[in-house]
Design a protein around this ligand. Sequence first.
Ligand code: DAU
Length: 293
Amino acid sequence: ILDQPRLHFLQGDIADSAAVAEAIAGCQAVVNFAAETHVDRSLLEPAAFVQTNVWGTMVLLEHALRAGVQSLLHVSTDEVYGEILIGRARETDPLHPRNPYAASKAAAEHFVFSYWTSYRLPVLVTRGCNTYGPYQHPEKFIPLAITNLLTGEPIPVYGDGFQERDWLYVEDHCRAIWTVLVHGKPGQAYNIGASQHRPNIAVARSIVHLLGADPASIVHVSDRPGHDRRYAVDWSKLAALGWAPRTPFEDGLARTIAWYRSRPDWWTARRDAAFAAYYARNYRDRETPVTQP
Ligand code: DAU
């Protein structure tokens, strides 16, 4: 899409004030997707999450205020509520993040809402559930499982595999963000859910089935420290704006598998780099101590 005349692409770091100032000039609306997103990596390198997710958000808020943008939508996560063992979290529930990634996202949200209360910057926040589809980094569970099977590796399932996630297809998530941007009320948060909960072990079995792989290629490995057992959000506030997910999980999964099958050119180097950088490392044995970024 880079040759589209209506697109202006700038590559920069959200924590780089000069780059953000340049990018924001003339914008009416800003949607902040920029983040460090992988929980396992946040357990190894938490400082990077503070730098990008908290400080980067601060830089963006300051420039949005100065530039007088009419709307700033901040993409957050359902992980800010912490694990929800029973029922579903509502937007008014207290935040209780339990890993460094989730803590950085909750901290960022507090800054976002403080700019609404203190300066009336028109902000919106979305708290989305687990998302999957084409172009997802192969560090995440579904693309990791698919690309592992495609390269003859097993699927590593953490612990007993009965942790539960709600799976939303990427295009449904994009439409949800658009709906909130256009119809949301400034100063408000909106949950985005799919109501398609699956235990991880069931997701792994579906991927094995769709790829025609050997069921023995699912292996249980040691659990993620502080692993949240279940996330679940009540998304009726967003439904009232006219949004609903359209993609059944099994359809979205089949489309996703087809995409990864056809695009090893996109994922091979990314997967190798992630594996070399941190995937094989031990959480309790950090190579470098935490230092201020
Ligand atoms: O809930 C929304 C969040 O979903 C987003 O805010 C995060 O940015 C995103 O990374 C995701 O967090 P999770 O930790 O839930 O996603 P992940 O794909 O890393 O893991 C999904 C589940 O699968 C989780 O219970 C851990 C498990 N898992 C993950 C990996 C990478 C495994 O069992 N084995 C694995 O190798």
